[in-house]
Design a protein around this ligand. Structure first.
Ligand SMILES: Nc1ncnc2c1ncn2[C@@H]1O[C@H](COP(=O)(O)OP(=O)(O)O)[C@@H](O)[C@H]1O
Ligand SMILES: [Mg+2]
Length: 289
């Protein structure tokens, strides 16, 4: 059989990088795949050369240019993990939150506005947390308790997402799925030290596993991360990511390499990208595949 070709839409990695992607690539090569990194941030890309030349593309980089190229490849029928429409939905907290809500996932009440000062009446029921609608890594997150704090939210042409703030009991429960297998790690927020960034793996309760699975089903995917907080004994999903860090997962590079290799094999055979059963009533299954 010919060798599988897999491309990562990602940045370049220095030899000192702490990213797991180079380890995944090495493991894929050991499995016999040919792997390329496509980093459009370097040099000039002639769009007429953007065509499907790989069995599978991995959209790891969430910045604009790799994302747009993924869209251009998707339009030409490329197999992408995660599929372009899903990655797009997960990159936008407005779309993501509504899809999770509609799937019955427990999420905090969520609002969106172009004028943060108009959120003031919502403060009567308690504090809010505002987030950039396309934010990552905790950047731009603020807890808002008063109209004065609202007035301090920097003006922006972008919409602002506001959620009911549920004071977390303990650290975030960050859950991730690789091919439907669920892993959990506890991490405080915000994280400063290396140990805090690493977090502490834990065995998630069946309830947390079920919530995490429902998030995946809502988008028809089985490779993702979700951030869950627990407040007053109730879990809330506050965030979902397409391809998170997977730092705490044992043997993550090998697991991911096997996952991508199997996905590329299926794509090469013209089969669906995802192996795990995703219920047909999943909100976006028809749209995203
Ligand atoms: N509604 C909320 N109530 C309480 N804490 C929250 C809420 N939303 C987010 N957080 C906290 O803020 C952190 C960052 O928010 P998140 O939505 O995950 O943004 P990012 O995309 O930047 O990771 C979460 O990991 C969690 O600790
Ligand atoms: Mg998060």
């Amino acid at each position: 059989m010919r060798k599988l070709r897999i491309a990562f839409l990602a940045r370049s990695f220095s030899p000192q990088t702490r990213s797991y992607i180079p380890l995944v690539i090495r493991a894929l090569e050991e499995l016999g795949a040919v792997v390329d990194i496509i980093n459009p941030a370097e040099g000039v890309t002639d769009l007429s050369n953007v065509r499907v030349e790989h069995d599978l593309y991995v959209l790891k980089q969430q910045s604009d240019l790799p994302f747009s190229l993924a869209g251009a490849l998707h339009a030409q029928g490329a197999a992408i993990v995660n599929p372009y429409p899903v990655s797009l939905a997960l990159r936008d907290k407005i779309v993501m939150s509504r899809i999770l809500q509609a799937a019955g996932v427990p999420t905090p009440a969520t609002y969106v506005t172009s004028h943060p000062d108009e959120l003031a009446p919502l403060l009567e029921a308690g504090p809010l947390i505002v987030k950039p609608y396309q934010g990552t890594g905790g950047h731009g997150i603020r807890i808002i308790r008063s109209a004065a704090e609202l007035a301090d939210v920097p003006a922006s042409k972008d919409p602002v997402l506001a959620q009911r703030y549920h004071p977390p009991q303990g650290p975030d429960r960050k859950m991730c799925s690789i091919g439907g297998r669920i892993f959990g790690v506890k991490k405080v927020f915000p994280r400063r030290t290396e140990a805090e960034k690493q977090g502490e793996p834990f065995s998630p309760t069946p309830e947390l596993c079920e919530i995490a699975r429902r998030c995946g089903q809502a988008f028809g995917i089985d490779l993702y991360g979700v951030d869950i907080i627990e407040s007053d004994g109730t879990p809330y999903v506050v965030d979902m990511n397409s391809i998170p860090g997977f730092k705490s997962v044992p043997d993550a590079p090998l697991r991911l390499a096997k996952y991508f290799h199997a996905a590329a094999e299926r794509a090469a055979r013209g089969q669906p990208l995802f192996e795990s059963a995703v219920p047909t009533e999943a909100v976006s299954t028809e749209v995203v595949r």
